[in-house]
Ligand binder design. Structure first.
Ligand SMILES: Nc1nc2c(ncn2[C@@H]2O[C@H](COP(=O)(O)OP(=O)(O)OP(=O)(O)O)[C@@H](O)[C@H]2O)c(=O)[nH]1
Ligand SMILES: [Mg+2]
Length: 325
């Protein structure tokens, strides 16, 4: 690049965000491992989102060199912290945002690899996919991840192999401006479904993760984790792909209703109209419910159109807010 060109186009700024809830033992190592000089990047800053920690997370993070620590007085949850992290990074003029966890699970020295496709203009979002099948993770974490990942991948049409629940990701400023997380538990699945719907380019960057032995801050119990995970996935689909979800359901119900109905009609005409009232009832109920779901799919899709317009307005409002100097 010529001198004149480098003067006119400053190198992008990277802000690394770290959500943390009671992470005094590991957060310092994470912060220290973040490279502060990266080829192709002008400046690197670190922002920690302390979510009502009751230990020394804040003090330890500041001592380890965090540029800013934002504290929630009470624990608001990971998704809410992620929203605040993105806002803070945008208002610090980040061109690229990397999110990582505070438990030393991810290898921060690989951040340059994670952001490379973004620097090259090849990606809007990159996903640092872990070596899930080889990692000795908690049973529920591992299988929840494998099942949840393949479910979300297939339904959303994500590239094969992407680790849907990894916290190690990078976003361009534009992608971050368009992210609106609604869930309160976790943001990982929802952001990917929304990004695919928005036509963003998601690139997979396989980066092996380390084994973590400390108890999860996120998973309180197996059942509650499964229920919450399923709720997030179902809700995301109902919100982002309503026509697909409700039309599929309506088709299944209508087909299931037509089988007993046809049986009833055939027997009605062959036997001169006697009996088979059960088939008539079952068929009618299924068909009725099926057609109601069909109407619901139209309603849901018009609500989705509204949501898209609201998101467009939100995106423009945020762009105006954050891009002002
Ligand atoms: N802000 C905030 N951060 C949280 C909360 N719960 C967990 N975290 C942080 O989110 C990150 C992920 O939490 P973990 O406890 O590592 O979750 P995990 O069960 O190990 O899940 P994986 O790391 O994806 O395998 C860590 O940096 C936590 O400190 C929360 O309620 N609020
Ligand atoms: Mg973890």
């Amino acid at each position: 690049m010529s001198d004149a060109a480098s003067e006119t186009t400053p190198l992008p700024k990277l802000v690394v965000t770290i959500p943390a809830h009671n992470e005094e033992a590991d957060v310092a190592a994470v912060i220290r491992e973040i490279p502060r000089q990266i080829a192709g990047v002008g400046k690197v800053e670190v922002v920690v989102l302390d979510d009502g920690s009751t230990d020394a997370t804040v003090k330890v993070a500041l001592e380890a060199g965090a540029d800013r620590v934002i504290s929630h007085k009470i624990q608001k949850g990971l998704a809410s912290s992620f929203r605040d992290a993105v806002s803070e990074a945008l208002s610090r003029d980040a061109d690229i945002i990397v999110n990582t966890d505070a438990d030393n699970h991810y290898d921060q020295s690989r951040i340059p690899d994670l952001i490379q496709p973004i620097l090259e203009g090849q990606a809007d979002i990159t996903i640092g996919s872990r070596n899930i099948t080889e990692l000795p993770m908690r049973f529920i974490n591992k299988w929840g991840n494998i099942v949840g990942s393949s479910l979300v991948r297939t339904l959303a049409g994500l590239p094969a192999g992407i680790d849907v629940s990894t916290g190690f990701r990078a976003y361009t400023r534009e992608a971050a401006l368009g992210l609106h997380v609604i869930s309160d538990h976790t943001y990982t699945h929802e952001t990917l479904i929304a990004a695919m719907e928005g036509g963003l380019t998601i690139v997979d960057v396989p980066i092996p993760a380390r084994v973590v032995t400390r108890p999860s801050r996120l998973i309180k119990g197996t059942t509650s984790h499964i229920v919450r995970g399923l709720r997030v996935i179902i809700r995301s689909y109902a919100i982002y792909q309503p026509l697909r979800v409700f039309l599929t359901l309506a088709t299944v119900l209508i087909i299931a209703g037509m089988v007993p109905m046809i049986r009833f009609l055939v027997l009605f005409f062959m036997d001169d109209g006697g009996g088979h009232i059960q088939s008539l009832i079952a068929g009618s109920v299924l068909l009725l419910v099926g057609f109601q779901v069909l109407i619901l799919s139209l309603l849901a899709s018009s609500i989705a159109w509204n949501r898209k317009m609201i998101e467009e307005i939100l995106y423009r409002a945020r762009r105006n807010d954050y891009n002002q100097d």
